[in-house]
Design a protein around this ligand. Structure first.
Ligand code: ADE
Length: 231
């Protein structure tokens, strides 16, 4: 079994890389993939870069080139549900691309024309393992399971938060998860998206993000290690 692990930014993968064993590197285009052993499992780790397209490229390569059996995505997100605080964890039950709008043709917001599904569901088993692992590490009150929405936008506005909540019932927002989910849906790869909250996607989001991104990324990485021990 090979597990693909994707993080968008260096902060989100660097610590996993530091505890990987037997590392070998492989370049594909501008991307650098690390193959090795983590918690006794064969893994391939990559920093995808930010945004939906970068993440989708990596998810596709993970399946088509490295033939991974499962994909874990680790990183940070902005909280949308007002009960969710900085440092909390959200496990993606399902994911929606919030910046898709073909409503003029009668599709729902977020729905990609001619696709049957509005949202892409995380693998039930991986979601359950991720949730249980997160609760073990951080406690019930800090761990959430719900919808994550992704778009090529850093959200830093109360109006936009309200819209994401009212339209999608989003728990948190980020810039990659739904595109990885979309690829995994199309290529039949079980996946889970794990996000730690670095900011509340409001007018202070850029400041909070700067302060909390490293801690949040560490929290998300701790859960990835815990999941690897269990699968
Ligand atoms: N990642 C972390 N915080 C975010 C935000 N507020 N919007 C989009 N992506 C994020």
């Amino acid at each position: 079994m090979i597990i693909g692990i994707i993080g968008a930014m260096n902060e989100e993968i660097i610590e996993l890389k530091s505890v990987m064993k037997e590392i070998s590197e492989e370049n594909i285009g501008n991307l650098l993939f690390y193959k090795g052993i983590l918690e006794g499992k064969n893994v391939v780790l990559v920093e995808s870069g930010i945004g939906k397209v970068n993440a989708a490229i990596c998810a596709t390569i993970m399946k088509e080139h490295f033939d991974v059996d499962k994909i874990l995505f680790t990183g940070v997100a902005g909280g949308v549900n007002p009960d969710i605080n900085i440092g909390d964890i959200v496990i993606g039950e399902d994911l929606v691309e919030h910046d898709v709008d073909c409503t003029t043709f009668g599709y729902e917001l977020g729905q990609i024309p001619r696709m049957k599904t509005l949202s892409f569901k995380g693998d039930d088993n991986l979601v359950a393992i991720a949730y249980d692992t997160a609760v073990e590490k951080f406690g019930n009150s800090k761990v959430w399971k719900g919808r994550i929405v992704s778009g090529d936008q850093f959200i830093a506005s109360n109006e936009k938060i309200k819209w994401l909540r009212d339209t999608f019932n989003a728990y948190c927002t980020e810039m990659e998860g739904a595109s990885v989910a979309h690829v995994c849906y199309t290529l039949n790869v079980p996946f889970v998206i794990i996000r730690a909250i670095s900011d509340k996607a409001n007018h202070e989001a850029n400041v909070d993000y700067g302060e909390f991104v490293k801690v949040a990324a560490k929290n998300s990485k701790t859960i990835v290690e815990g999941i690897l021990r269990k699968i």
